[in-house]
Design a binder for this molecule. Structure first.
Ligand code: MN
Length: 199
C-alpha cells in the first residue's frame, strides 16, 4: 500500500507565497486521492503491490494493460507530489551553491537566465502539467501527471506543479505570479541532494 508522506513543515508555513488553504487541499485531498486510486488499481495486480512507485513508473510499458493508465496518472501523481513537497521549504529561496550553481551557470549563463527559461516553460505548459530540471540541466515539460521516469529519463532534480489546483485559490488565473512566488520557497539543498554522484 502506498501512503501519504508527511510534510517536514506545516501547511501554513509557506503562507506568504502559497497559502495554508492550498497546501491543506493539495496535500490532504489531491495527493491523497492519487494514492487512493493507485492503491485501488493495484488491487487487481497483487504481484505489483510490493514494487516501489519508481519501479512501477520506470517499467510502465511492461505493466498489465489493466493497470498501466492508473499507474501513469495516479502513480505519477503520487511520485510527483511526494517530491514536490520536498522541493519547497519555509527556509527556501535564494540561489543554489556548489555543483547546481555551477551546472546552471555553465548551461544558461547565469542563475537568473535559468530562472527565466524555467519560468517561461512553466508558463507555456498548456493545460495541466509539470516543468522539470533534469540531471543534465535540460528543462523539460510533461502533460498531466506524466513524470520523466516514464519517458526513460532519470529522476528530476527539481519540478514545479502548474496544475490550476496548485495555485488557483491564491493566484486565480495568474500562473506567472505563482511561478515567480514559488522561487522564494525552492529548497536548493534538497535539489543538490538529488544530483547523481560524480556528475
Ligand atoms: Mn498538484
Amino acid at each position: 500500500m502506498h501512503t501519504l508522506p508527511e510534510l517536514s513543515y506545516g501547511y501554513g508555513d509557506l503562507g506568504k507565497y502559497i497559502s495554508k488553504e492550498i497546501m491543506t487541499l493539495h496535500h490532504s485531498k489531491h495527493h491523497q486521492s492519487y494514492i487512493d486510486k493507485l492503491n485501488k488499481a493495484l488491487e487487481e495486480s497483487p504481484d505489483l503491490k510490493d514494487r516501489t512507485i519508481e519501479s512501477l513508473l520506470s517499467d510502465l510499458d511492461e505493466l498489465p494493460a489493466a493497470v498501466r493508465t492508473a499507474v501513469r496518472n495516479h502513480g505519477g501523481g503520487h511520485y510527483n507530489h511526494s517530491l514536490f513537497w520536498q522541493w519547497m521549504s519555509p527556509e527556501g529561496g535564494g540561489e543554489p551553491t556548489g555543483r547546481i550553481a555551477e551546472g546552471l551557470q555553465a548551461r544558461y549563463g547565469s542563475f537568473q537566465a535559468f530562472v527565466d527559461e524555467f519560468s517561461a516553460k512553466a508558463t507555456g505548459v498548456f493545460g495541466s502539467g509539470w516543468v522539470w530540471l533534469q540531471p543534465n540541466f535540460d528543462i523539460i515539460t510533461t502533460p498531466n501527471q506524466d513524470t520523466p521516469l516514464i519517458m526513460g529519463q532519470p529522476e528530476p532534480l527539481l519540478g514545479l506543479d502548474v496544475w490550476e489546483h496548485a495555485y488557483y485559490l491564491d493566484y486565480k488565473n495568474k500562473r506567472d505570479d505563482y511561478i515567480q512566488a514559488w522561487w522564494n520557497v525552492v529548497n536548493w539543498s534538497f535539489v543538490a541532494s538529488r544530483l547523481p554522484d560524480g556528475e
